[in-house]
Design a protein around this ligand. Structure first.
Ligand code: F6P
Length: 381
C-alpha cells in the first residue's frame, strides 16, 4: 500500500514497547525485534508498560542485550508489560513521550499492539518526528488492513479447546451452553470457533441474529435426540448472552424439553497462554520486517499479512480502511464515517481499500454460511 512518509533520521538506537490488550506472541515479537536489531548493530531499549513507560521516562526503560529476551518465545503475556494510557491521547502526554525518546537517544520505535497502539504511534511520529513502525498483536484480529494479527490463533485454539470441554459435560447432562467469547466489536473469534466446534448457533455484531430461529433449532434437534448444544456469542454482538441463556432455558422448559441451559463467559482467560506456532512464526517475520523498515528510513507504517505475505502498510490508509469497513455494519461508525475521507488517497489506494473491505465482508458471510451448513439441522417449514 502507498507509503506516506519517510524518516531521515539515522537509526542507531530503537525502543520497543507493547501496548493495549496483551496477546500471546507479543513476547516472540519483542524477542525477534531485539535479536535482529542487535544483529544489525542497533541498540535496543525495552520500554515497560507501553506508552505509559515512554511518558514516565527512564525508570521504565532498560537497555536490552540478547539475554534479556531469552526464554520468552513460548511465554504468554508480555515481559515488558502493557497498559492502556489515556494520557497518551493528549498532546501533552505525547510531547512527554517524545522528550523521553530525545533524552535517551531513541531514534525510532517499534510499537506492538492493536489499532489504538498505531494511532498513538502515528501521533508521536507526525507531531514530534519520532519514526514509528507497528506490529499488529490483538486476539480480536480486528485490523482491517491485515489478514492476521499476532495472538489470534492462540486465542482461537484456546477458545476451541475450552468449548470442547464444555461439550463433554453438555453431552453427559443433556445441556446447552451459551458461551460468550472475547473479540471486542469483531466476531472473528466467535465465527471461527463456532465452525471449529460445530456450534448450533453463533451471534456476532456484524450481522443480525435470529434468537427465535436458534431456539427452534435447539428444540428440533433435542426432539431428534441431540443432547449437547453450543451457542457462541461474541462479546460485541447486539444480544446479551446471559439473558439469551435464560431465554433458552425458559422456552425449552415451557416446551417440556429435557434440556438445561447454562452460561459461560471466557473473558480474559483466552488472552493468556503459550503462543501457537503460527503466532510465534508471524511474530518473527513481522519483527524482522519492522526493523528493516525503520532502518530503511520508513515511518508511520505497520506490518500486515496479506494473502500470506508480510507487507508494510501506511497507518493512515489502514485507519481509513478500518473506518470504512466498520461503517458497513456499525450504525455508530457509519454516522461518523465521511466517504470523502478517501479523497486524499490515490485511486489505486482507494481501490485497494475497497478490496480489503470486500474481503472482510466475504469472510464473515462465508464463515456464517459454513457454520450453518455443517450444523445438524434442516429447517422444515
Ligand atoms: O482487544 C483485546 C480485548 O481482549 C478485547 O477482546 C476485549 O474487548 C478487551 O480487550 C478487554 O479489555 P481490557 O483488557 O481492558 O479488559
Amino acid at each position: 500500500m502507498e507509503k506516506m512518509s519517510e524518516n531521515t533520521t539515522k537509526i542507531r538506537k530503537i525502543g520497543i514497547l507493547t501496548s493495549g490488550g496483551d496477546a500471546p506472541g507479543m513476547n516472540a515479537a519483542v524477542r525477534a525485534v531485539t535479536r535482529y536489531a542487535l544483529r544489525r548493530g542497533i541498540e535496543v531499549m525495552g520500554i515497560y508498560e507501553g506508552y505509559k513507560g515512554l511518558i514516565n521516562g527512564k525508570n521504565y526503560i532498560k537497555k536490552f542485550d540478547a539475554r534479556d529476551v531469552s526464554n520468552i518465545i513460548d511465554k504468554g503475556g508480555t515481559i515488558i508489560y502493557s497498559a492502556r494510557c489515556p494520557e497518551f491521547k493528549e498532546k501533552e502526554g505525547i510531547a512527554k513521550a517524545a522528550q523521553t525518546c530525545r533524552d535517551l537517544g531513541i531514534d525510532g520505535l517499534v510499537t506492538i499492539g492493536g489499532d489504538g497502539t498505531f494511532r498513538g504511534a502515528y501521533d508521536l511520529s507526525t507531531m514530534f518526528g519520532i519514526p514509528c513502525i507497528g506490529i499488529p498483536a490483538t486476539i480480536d484480529n480486528d485490523i482491517t488492513a491485515t489478514d492476521y494479527a499476532i495472538g489470534y490463533d492462540t486465542a482461537l485454539n484456546t477458545t476451541m479447546q475450552m468449548i470442547d470441554r464444555l461439550r463433554d459435560t453438555c453431552e453427559s447432562h443433556a445441556r446447552c451452553n451459551v458461551v460468550e467469547v472475547m473479540g471486542n466489536n469483531a466476531g472473528y473469534i466467535a465465527i471461527y470457533s463456532a465452525v471449529a466446534v460445530g456450534a448450533t448457533a453463533v451471534a456476532i455484531k456484524e450481522r443480525t441474529f435470529d434468537e427465535d430461529a436458534a431456539i427452534k433449532k435447539i428444540i428440533q434437534c433435542r426432539e431428534a435426540g441431540k443432547r449437547n448444544f453450543i451457542v457462541v456469542i461474541s462479546e460485541g454482538a447486539n444480544i446479551n448472552a446471559e439473558e439469551f441463556a435464560k431465554k433458552i432455558q425458559a422456552v425449552t422448559e415451557d416446551a417440556n424439553m429435557e434440556i438445561e441451559t447454562k452460561f459461560a463467559r471466557f473473558a480474559h482467560v483466552v488472552r493468556g497462554g503459550s503462543p501457537t506456532m503460527r503466532d510465534r512464526v508471524t511474530a518473527a517475520k513481522m519483527g524482522v520486517a519492522a526493523v528493516d523498515l525503520l532502518l530503511d528510513g520508513k515511518t508511520d507504517m505497520f506490518m500486515c499479512e496479506r494473502h500470506g505475505r508480510i507487507v508494510g502498510t501506511d497507518i493512515m490508509v489502514a485507519t481509513y480502511a478500518d473506518r470504512k469497513y466498520k461503517a458497513t455494519f456499525d450504525p455508530k461508525m457509519a454516522e461518523k464515517f465521511d466517504p470523502s475521507e478517501g479523497d486524499k488517497f490515490s485511486p489505486e489506494v482507494r481501490a485497494e481499500v475497497d478490496g480489503l473491505v470486500a474481503e472482510r465482508i466475504a469472510e464473515i458471510d462465508t464463515m456464517l454460511e459454513l457454520s450453518e451448513n455443517i450444523s445438524n439441522y434442516k429447517i422444515v417449514e
